[in-house]
Design a binder for this molecule. Structure first.
Ligand code: NAP
Length: 193
């Protein structure tokens, strides 16, 4: 089970503005969907709040399980939050973790349970750190990320949230997709021997 990071950034490392993505890039959203499908996705509460804004208020009789959650269908969503009030996330079928380490441990435990449960079609899943800025920063500072999928948007936008810098000497870069408006690199952390 690998820990991966997936993000889209503009030419000045901009990520978001007023709680949302600054650009409309449907092909990149499709790449996010295809790449994370069937895997664990770890997100901060501000990112999930923007994804579920249209679903609020959630009717009292409505609740989902992690397998049928409507937030990012087909993925297991783990929300990072220290708040006491996390009922909306739980009712929408997300897991809630109180620290990054807790989130990674939770994903590994769930994966083990799938493998132990013969009735579940167990598959090998990865963990995608999917933002926003605070969560990317902590994951990179703590060196937990083994692989990054970075979309470089070929423009600069008004942003209030930024991707942290990374040490280029620590990553092997493989150009993955080249487009007119953006390109995607897959970066693997170099193995120090
Ligand atoms: N371009 C991209 O690829 C991309 C991807 C994702 C998001 N975004 C953008 O990024 C922006 C949001 O980023 P952000 O930095 O403001 O917020 P964020 O990282 O999404 O969420 C921050 C919140 O997550 C919780 N959190 C963070 N680290 C935690 C930890 N170690 N343990 C427990 N809880 C933790 C805290 O929630 P509580 O306050 O609930 O405790 C914190 O306030 C939005 O504009 C969004 O659209 C862009």
């Amino acid at each position: 089970m690998k820990v991966k990071l997936i993000a889209a950034i503009d030419q000045e490392l901009g990520l978001g503005v007023h709680g949302v993505m600054p650009w409309h890039a449907p092909k990149d959203l499709q790449y996010f969907k295809d790449t994370t499908m069937g895997h664990f996705v770890v997100v901060g509460s501000k990112t999930i709040d923007s994804l579920i804004a249209k679903k609020r208020p959630i009717p009292a009789d409505q609740s989902f399980t992690p397998l049928d959650q409507p937030v990012l269908p087909g993925r297991v969503v783990i929300v990072l939050s220290r708040k006491d009030y996390v009922r909306d996330y739980l009712r929408l079928g997300c897991y809630v973790a109180r620290s990054l380490e807790h989130a990674l441990e939770m994903a590994r435990t769930i994966q083990k349970e799938w493998h132990a449960n013969a009735s579940t079609s167990a598959r090998e899943s990865d963990i995608f750190i999917a933002g926003g800025g605070q969560v990317y920063r902590e994951a990179l500072e703590k060196n937990v990320v083994e692989e990054m999928h970075l979309t470089h948007i070929h423009n600069t936008y008004e942003c209030d949230t930024y991707f942290p810098g990374w040490n280029t000497s620590e990553w092997d870069v493989t150009p993955h997709i080249t487009g007119e408006d953006f390109n995607i690199d897959i970066m693997n952390r170099k193995v120090i021997t």
